[in-house]
Design a protein around this ligand. Structure first.
Ligand code: C2O
Ligand code: CU
Length: 472
């Protein structure tokens, strides 16, 4: 991986952001942190990838091996990239011993290529190959994962990042572009993935891991940053259930984008902490704060205080350090691109068109989760016309949180419990806390049948999933 490059290369990499490194596939800017997959089709505007879903022993914790489910023997899987508007083909072979799919989380592509199992859409059987073909209509940071037994398959390591690059003139001019896939996993003391519970707290709140991973490693990766340089960081939370609370120290961080790509300048804001629900992405502009030579991004987690209570603890996620050897501080422009984003024209005062109610009940010891009173594969009819904008209230009857996720469309967040909120950007995932109502406005521009569900994977698998039909 890039962070283990010999030190000699680092000043060069930092000083020449546009210089392609040997591993960078031609045609794409370099994104560091993951292994990029080779594009098999040299034609401009066409990207062709091949992936095997197979088991492999990986080292998540130093000195211990974990049997993982992987894409091309990697977890996270390889970095997939395309330029906005490219024709993308991904041949996926299932070498696992159970059916699976690949869902392209956040991409507004055709419904038949969305990687879900419903109606005429079927899973990839063991030994079979399926080719996903689509054209990403927008740039941004997306991710991929199976949509079959997702609580087990994603926990076992099946997830990866998909970066759709902006047209060259819209790209921020940065010294480095980095991807950080953030996850937690629950390991037994022998390093194996702990068994999945079928009842109790793990279903109730979703499964929390006991090891935090950044790009598949429990060791906080080191980023070598020259004071004065500007970096783009892309974050995605691929955990089954854990809402990530992140804090930044020694760094000046501006939030420049979210699920649906980079924001117009008017929304950009300085932050020193960030809440990232499962499934969601964030785009950040990161530099060392004035006078600092080191910084870090930490996970803030609740730990026992030893007196029966809990307290906050910070666990290192990313360490920013000065590069070894000769420093060549270089000045760099901040992020100045100013993309336009079409936000649904609705406010808190507009009429609510649809209510989505998260709830659940206990069925003889089994927890059943519901949306509008029904549990997947049963669902309440919800049909909208193409290009219709709906104001949607997502209500939560329960004490636990539910990250609401809508496939194939984007929405803006209007308010919480009747009050307007500042959650700029278009999103495909929003957190709904216990007993809260979140109001969003979605523009249903992409026709087809689309899943809508809670992204806590244990909740989704226990029925908290439904469908919306966008009629052409
Ligand atoms: Cu990332 Cu339906 O999920
Ligand atoms: Cu949920």
């Amino acid at each position: 991986m890039r962070r283990f490059l010999p030190l000699l290369l680092l000043p060069l990499l930092t000083a020449c952001p546009s210089e392609p490194t040997p591993e960078a596939p031609a045609g794409f800017p370099t994104v560091e942190g993951l292994v990029p997959l080779e594009d098999l089709d040299p034609t401009d505007g066409v990207v062709e990838y091949e992936m095997q879903m197979e088991k492999e022993d990986l080292e998540l914790l130093e000195g211990q091996s974990t049997r993982m489910w992987t894409f091309n023997k990697l977890s996270p899987g390889p970095l997939l990239q395309a330029n906005v508007g490219d024709r993308v083909k991904v041949h996926v072979t299932n070498q696992l011993d159970e059916p699976t799919t690949v869902h392209w989380h956040g991409l507004r592509i055709a419904a038949e290529m969305d990687g879900v199992v419903m109606g005429s859409l079927v899973a990839i059987q063991p030994g079979e190959t399926f080719t996903y073909e689509f054209t990403p209509p927008e740039a941004g940071t997306f991710w991929y994962h199976p949509h079959v037994r997702s609580n087990v398959q994603v926990e076992a390591g099946l997830y990866g990042a998909f970066v759709v690059h902006e047209a060259p003139e819209m790209r921020p001019e940065v010294d480095a572009d980095r991807m950080f896939v953030l996850d937690d996993v629950r390991l037994d003391s022998d390093g194996s993935i702990a068994d999945h519970a079928t009842a109790g707290m793990d279903i109730m709140h979703g499964r929390a891991g006991n090891v935090l991973l950044v790009n598949g490693s429990s060791d906080a990766p080191r980023v070598d940053m020259v004071p004065g340089s500007v970096e783009r960081w892309r974050l995605v939370n691929t955990a089954n259930a854990r809402t990530l609370q992140l804090e930044f120290r020694g760094l000046e961080v501006r939030e420049i984008g979210a699920d649906a790509g980079l924001w117009p300048q008017a929304w950009v804001r300085t932050i020193d902490e960030l809440e990232l629900p499962v499934g969601a992405r964030a785009e950040l502009e990161v530099r060392l704060a004035d006078g600092e030579t080191q910084g870090e991004m930490n996970f803030v987690v609740l730990v026992s205080d030893g007196n029966g209570g809990v307290t906050d603890d910070a666990i290192q996620g990313v360490r920013v350090r000065p590069p070894g050897g000769e420093l060549t501080p270089i000045g760099a422009a901040g992020h100045t691109a100013d993309p336009t984003m079409r936000v649904p024209d609705r406010t808190m005062d507009d009429t609510v068109n649809q209510v989505v109610e998260f709830s659940g009940y206990n069925d003889n010891g089994d927890i059943v989760f519901t949306m509008n009173g029904r549990s997947w594969p049963d669902y309440d009819d919800w049909t909208v016309d193409r290009d219709e904008i709906q104001v949607i209230d997502i209500t939560n009857d329960l004490g636990m949180e539910h990250p609401f996720h809508l496939h194939g469309q984007w929405f803006s967040v209007l308010g919480i419990d009747g009050d307007p909120v500042e959650q700029p950007g278009l999103r495909d995932t929003v957190l709904v806390r216990g007993f809260e109502t979140v109001r969003i406005a979605a523009s249903f521009e992409n026709p087809g049948d689309w899943m809508v569900h809670c992204h806590i994977l244990e909740h989704a698998e226990a029925g908290m999933m439904a469908m919306v039909t966008v009629r052409d």
